[in-house]
Design a protein around this ligand. Structure first.
Ligand SMILES: Nc1ncnc2c1ncn2[C@@H]1O[C@H](COP(=O)(O)OP(=O)(O)OP(=O)(O)O)[C@@H](O)[C@H]1O
Ligand SMILES: [Mg+2]
Length: 349
């Protein structure tokens, strides 16, 4: 569907460097990365807003590298909606269809259909300035989807919305995208978007894509320190020392841990903080790894509490619910057991 080959862009102080990307029909790709990584520039380059230094872009096997944005069959949705303020919702949604010179009746039918899907059919007569943020973004989505784009690009589409509205819109987008089989590239800072919506995720840093994979691959098998840190995954370094009960034994400092992965020699291991269970007693659990730890610090983030833990040999992070904090009496300097299954400790290198 979309092939980006060795794309380079020079914006003076900033460069997109040798970006290659392949997105299949019906795929949902999220792009994550720190601010200034070039996520928006990449999206706009695909849309055709920047001249390329080198590289090529194919859409449906057609070379569109030198085609102007309006001929590419791409729609973009932005964080700040970007609706035409002087037009009604109906006219906003109809805009792309009118440019195609479709018959009036057909335009009306298509607008009404998509408006119903995005639950804005009751506000078609209103002007954008009178709508809530969530309503405006649903209109922007309707306007983007009504032309049946080959690919829908979204740049932080939910970030201006409150939590509840964001959650609702996210599920609505999921429904509508699945219904239409739309191919999507979605830039986000919200990992929730990645887990709820994405089939693939690309991590960008300093104008490059540094990892690409399924959400599961990227979040539990980060290929470098940067991705591990950015996605909040723990990295441990150890050495494979043997096998027991079909599990691989790995020595991290003087602690023996177990993994189901097969490997040899020195290894880097990853462990998601969500997979760690804290307990006052070392037993009564099917987890093969039991590590005595001290709580170094704790930090509330959203609904969860992040713990920095240290054992005699290594430090790592775990995430627990506020309820667990109360039940176990978790406090800095207190000692617990960190339990995690062999299947959650992954050899990544
Ligand atoms: N038209 C432009 N001309 C020159 N530099 C630009 C232009 N647009 C963006 N940049 C620079 O390119 C870099 C990447 O910007 P971009 O907007 O793609 O970042 P981003 O990854 O989307 O960040 P954020 O998460 O904050 O939105 C930034 O340093 C920015 O200042
Ligand atoms: Mg951006």
């Amino acid at each position: 569907m979309l092939e980006v080959e060795n794309l380079c862009i020079d914006l003076g102080d900033f460069h997109l460097r040798d970006i290659s990307l392949s997105v299949e029909e019906g795929d949902y790709l999220t792009i994550i990365g720190p601010t200034g990584a070039g996520k928006s520039v990449l999206l706009e380059a695909i849309a055709g807003f920047y001249p390329l230094l080198s590289g090529r872009i194919f859409l449906d096997s057609r070379d569109v590298t030198h085609e102007p944005p309006e001929r590419r069959g791409i729609s973009i949705v932005y964080q700040d909606y970007m609706l035409f303020p002087h037009m009604t919702v109906f006219d906003n949604i109809a805009f792309g269809l009118r440019k195609k010179d479709l018959p009036k009746e057909e335009i009306k039918r298509e607008v009404k259909y998509i408006a119903r899907e995005l639950r804005v059919d009751h506000i078609l007569h209103r002007k954008p300035g009178t709508l809530s943020g969530g309503e405006q973004q649903r209109v922007a989505l309707a306007r983007a989807l009504v032309i049946k784009p080959k690919i829908l690009l979204m740049d932080e589409p939910f970030s201006a919305l409150d939590d509840k509205t964001r959650e609702k819109l996210r599920s609505l987008v999921r429904e509508v995208i699945a219904e239409h089989g739309t191919t999507v590239i979605h830039v986000t800072h919200d990992f929730e978007d990645v887990f709820v919506l994405a089939k693939h995720v690309a991590v960008m840093r300093e104008g490059r894509i540094i990892q690409f994979g399924t959400p599961e691959e990227v979040f539990s098998r980060p290929q470098c320190e940067f991705v591990a840190d950015f996605t909040g995954t723990n990295l441990l370094r150890g050495k494979i020392v043997g096998e027991r009960n079909n599990l691989t034994m790995v020595k991290v400092g003087s602690t023996i841990l177990y993994t189901v992965d097969k490997a040899e020699g020195n290894v880097t291991l990853s462990l998601r903080p969500e997979e760690v269970i804290l307990a006052s007693e070392p037993s009564k659990c099917s987890a093969q790894n039991v590590v005595p730890v001290t709580v170094e610090s704790m930090e509330r983030r959203g609904y969860h509490v992040w713990l920095s833990l240290s054992s005699d040999d290594f430090s790592f992070r775990a995430v627990v619910t506020p309820n667990t904090v109360v039940l176990l009496g978790i406090k800095p300097r207190r000692r617990f057991y960190a339990l995690f299954k062999a299947s959650t400790l992954k050899v990544i290198k």
